[in-house]
Design a binder for this molecule. Sequence first.
Ligand code: ADP
Ligand code: MG
Ligand code: ZN
Length: 477
Amino acid sequence: MTAYEAVIGLEVHAQLLTSSKLFCPCPTSFGAPPNTHVCPVCLGLPGALPVLNRRAVELATRAALALRLTVHPTSIFARKNYFYPDLPKGYQISQFDRPLATEGSLAFELEGGEVRSVGIQRIHMEEDAGKNIHGQGGDSIVDLNRAGTPLVEIVSAPELRSGAEAAAYLKTLRDLLLFLGVNDGNLEEGSFRCDANVSIRPRGAQRLGTRCEIKNVNSFRFVQKAIEFEILRQEQVLASGGTILQETRGWNERDGRTFSLRSKEEAEDYRYFPDPDLPPLRLEPAAIEAAAASLPELPEPKRERYHRSLGLTPYAAGVLTAHPRTAAFFEEALALFQGDANKVANFLLSEVLAGASFRGIDATFPVSPAQLAGLLRLVEDGAISGKQAKEVYAALQHTDASPAQIVRDKGMEVLRDEASIEALCRRILDANQRQVDAYRAGKTALLGFFVGAVMKETKGSASPALVNAILTRLLTA
Ligand code: ADP
Ligand code: MG
Ligand code: ZN
């Protein structure tokens, strides 16, 4: 343990899952050819007027309520003025001294199971900037497709203590936003981005140390590594008698180091003022209450419910609530199956999830919830064995066939006709008179031998329970 304690605060920018931009009807979809999703508003042409996207306000409000912030009946859009090629208006519309919501918290679990809670200072709405794309030959282009995309900025209190804590907080926040349908959680495409503020102070000190802000690290693992490196760097600076300069730093993954981008000594002056083109955003208290009442079930209570009320193991409950689409798949299959939740969970965990793929908020599964429910129902009703279920499942994947259809096509139906099973059992016993005598003399373990012979004869299609019962009856007669 060193003489210093690390203090970390995170600023997360999360893109709101709207189909159009914050102040114009341009689409927000990712990956279009540069400068095709633009209009006079997001290009900042003179005379174009912004109109606030209602859906963006709903999503931001939902995020704020789920994080237990107070949502304010009045908030104000301001202009943050600076010059940069990716900012066509010369200012960014953001909320400044009157943000949408303030003072909340987020609880999250560390690797060892310890639960921590960290304050959220504020959530405000703002528009994204465009993107500068730097070419090989030293030329650069500006792509304004992203300009005007709606974001929420979620600002944590300076209460995180390590890179691992920061990563755990971020993962929990990302999952929460996914479950809320607020953000697609796609770090690679930049729709969930994080700036990490890091400082250190002597253990026990009250005053915060001078911080460095590490910009835009795009994976949980890199955030953790960047923070860990930065803490060590600052400790070395202080240990060698130096002072920490307030600066903005980048993360170089190849070297595993942070590096200085620019000093913050000369305080930036953004000349904030309320945007005269946008009236104050007013939310009726009744609308805020209605939004709070309509929040979906969040990952943590969902996991608890799967464990406590449905009787799943904590492990299964954890896996099934790791992604909203997995939880939705499980719940839909369970509702259709109308049976033991553990049977649905087990088949999902052992078979279906192995073939599932996830990309941000999207997921694809090899079968539908209805197909899984139908398959489990066939097993439950004794129409097929558990072993046969695996075979049917293999044939079901990526088709829209029904499990019953596949069972029929494969001629798999379980043989449950008592008369024909009994006839077969008699044949097997007659053919194995020596073993029958041994059984009757007390070697009852031979039952398995007879069952095996019958099952082999029926290529595994007979109901094992029925075969067992009939053989026992014949042998003890
Ligand atoms: P900005 O970075 O835009 O100037 P703030 O000053 O409000 O905004 O700080 C933003 C983030 O920096 C918050 O997450 C806050 O917790 C964190 N922070 C502020 N001071 C420190 C500090 N001394 N050490 C670490 N984090 C800090
Ligand atoms: Mg900052
Ligand atoms: Zn536009």
